[in-house]
Design a protein around this ligand. Structure first.
Ligand code: CA
Ligand code: CA
Length: 243
């Protein structure tokens, strides 16, 4: 009887301890600053991030370009054309190193696909927090707006007001988070998360480009870590009983 009560109390304690690990404790797995391949040295990489300059070709409909970090592969697939850009931001702009360089994917006419991002090598069914950074002040007259889905569900919109002919930016980042959006999504049965871009309100699909300036992936602790923690708590309880 007493053993049963101890076991029940232990299970309750374990469930209580385990709960925060299921939802709140995000562990950074990948922190990626997208670079322009003509400006790809360490000096261009945002503090705390890994730099990656995706391969850019002038070819129409090029194959996806990818990198693998800590076993997670990040792959960029464009609708028709790809470009990278390096923009000089005004002096003292916050998070300049993150936002001055970006990768773009352009749709073919009548094709909504600008840039799609596949994250693979994840654990099937596990939740991940994904953060996307996107900004680039030039090339657009008016609002640049992009909607993103994650594994088929709407994730977020990223938009800003771009330069209007004088070459000077209007919207500027005021912190690292200004043009960062996040979503929590479960990896599918293949351990993948697919981020798909489409034109936001007011952006015609025929002139549409989507971009990525940086990317972060956070995961929860593996189940094995929670089991180890719970085992330690259980062992502690048994030691206390023996005293
Ligand atoms: Ca950078
Ligand atoms: Ca960047």
């Amino acid at each position: 009887m007493r053993k049963t009560m101890v076991a029940a109390a232990t299970l309750l304690l374990l469930a209580t301890l385990g709960a925060p690990f299921a939802s709140a404790e995000w562990i950074p797995l990948v922190k990626l600053d997208i670079l322009d391949d003509g400006n790809a040295g360490e000096t261009f990489v945002e503090d705390g991030f890994t730099g990656w300059a995706p391969k850019v070709t002038g070819d129409a409909d090029p194959p996806p370009t990818s990198t693998t970090i800590e076993g997670i592969t990040i792959s960029f697939d464009v609708g028709a054309y790809q470009q990278d850009r390096f923009r000089t931001l005004p002096a003292n702009t916050p998070a300049t190193k993150m936002y001055q360089d970006t990768f773009w994917g352009r749709a073919a006419d009548l094709n909504d696909k600008g840039l799609d991002i596949t994250l693979s090598g994840l654990t099937a069914g596990q939740p991940y927090l994904v953060a996307l950074y996107a900004y680039d002040y030039a090339d657009w007259n008016g609002t640049q707006s992009c909607d993103w889905t994650a594994n088929g569900e709407f994730a977020f919109n990223i938009s800003w007001y771009a330069e209007d002919d004088d070459g000077l930016p209007i919207d500027l980042p005021t912190s690292l988070d200004t043009f960062k959006r996040t979503v929590v999504v479960e990896a599918d049965g293949n351990g993948e998360i697919l981020l798909v871009s489409s034109p936001g309100t007011g952006v015609p699909s025929t002139t549409y480009w989507a971009n990525c300036s940086g990317l972060e992936i956070y995961g929860v602790p593996e189940p094995g870590m929670i089991v180890s923690l719970l085992g330690a708590v259980f062992a502690g309880l048994m030691i206390r009983r023996r005293k």
